[in-house]
Design a protein around this ligand. Structure first.
Ligand code: ADP
Length: 280
């Protein structure tokens, strides 16, 4: 990853209003729940009720057992799925439809295989009808920051799994959204790649200060990346504990350097054991 320099900082953090820093959005959810197929013969209570209070520029992870409703939470917060109950507010405005000021990264990179890396990223510009020169400049900087500079004209099949996920992150951020929603983005990557990409994401977040809601199964990833970790119970998931992660940034590759890291990790293991998620 290239060293952070002031001009890059300004360019990556600027909004449409010239050099104004595009601060991250606040995300508030009050008593949200989701019942899939609510009006059908087989309604399924998948989530909640839960409350969320994510501050502008904060990095918050949701961790919980498979099927507890983490992805559902992300869909409700983005407006892609309607809530069955409760309310979501982004920047203090109630969410009534999918928001555009968002970048989403899924576990599957979802890149179009007939488009090059840069063409995949610039899809955002084409769909949203944004200024091409400006977004190209931003895309170039994101490629640099994400360590994929030089791969712009490669097709997804020519890239490693880690590089494809880096392209997905660039695509999610190229239009300068105020929040980034990430659903197990590194779940399919090997451990070494995960550690590196975790660091690169942290550096990019430190530079841009987008609000991030990050879903993971990995205790190490949640503690390694977050300001706060929200621990969820089994389906229908509720938030059973909030853990503030008070570790200096940027955090090292080997998180075990911090004795506090083990304490945070142990606390999460204990919660899952108590909930019966682990049956040891
Ligand atoms: P997680 O991300 O924690 O693994 P999900 O939010 O994906 O959990 O799913 C929570 C539960 O809701 C699961 O049991 C899943 O099968 C169910 N579910 C998810 N999407 C739908 C849907 N569209 N219709 C019905 N059930 C769904």
């Amino acid at each position: 990853m290239a060293e952070t320099t002031e001009p890059y900082h300004s360019a990556l953090a600027s909004s449409d209003e010239g050099d104004t820093v595009a601060v991250g959005a606040s995300i508030v959810a009050r008593g949200i729940s989701k019942i899939y197929g609510q009006d059908g013969p087989n309604p399924f209570h998948a989530l909640g009720p839960i409350d969320l209070d994510v501050k502008p520029g904060e990095f918050v992870s949701l961790i919980g057992p498979s099927g507890c409703g983490k992805s559902t939470t992300l869909l409700l917060v983005s407006g892609l799925e309607p809530v069955s109950d409760g309310v979501v507010e982004v920047d203090a405005k109630p969410l009534t439809k999918p928001i555009s000021e968002v970048g989403i990264v899924f576990q599957d990179h979802l890149l179009l295989d007939f488009r090059t890396a840069i063409q995949n990223v610039m899809l955002q510009q084409e769909i949203r009808g944004l200024d091409r020169a400006k977004l190209l400049g931003r895309a170039e900087m994101l490629f640099d920051r994400l360590g994929i500079k030089g791969s712009e004209s490669k097709y997804p099949r020519q890239l490693s799994g880690g590089m494809r996920q880096r392209v997905s992150i660039a695509r999610a951020l190229v239009h300068d959204p105020s929040m980034l929603l990430m659903d197990e983005p590194f779940g399919a990557l090997d451990a070494i790649t995960r550690t590196q990409i975790r660091h690169d994401l942290e550096m990019l977040w430190l530079e841009t200060k987008k609000t991030v809601l990050f879903i993971t199964h990995s205790i190490e990833e949640a503690v390694g990346l977050s300001d706060r970790v929200l621990v969820m119970s089994q389906s229908p998931g509720q938030i059973v504990e909030e853990i503030k992660i008070d570790l200096p940034r940027p955090r090292p590759a080997h998180l075990g350097e911090y004795p506090e890291f083990s304490k945070y990790a142990e606390r999460i293991y204990r919660i899952f054991s108590k909930l019966g998620v682990y049956k040891f």
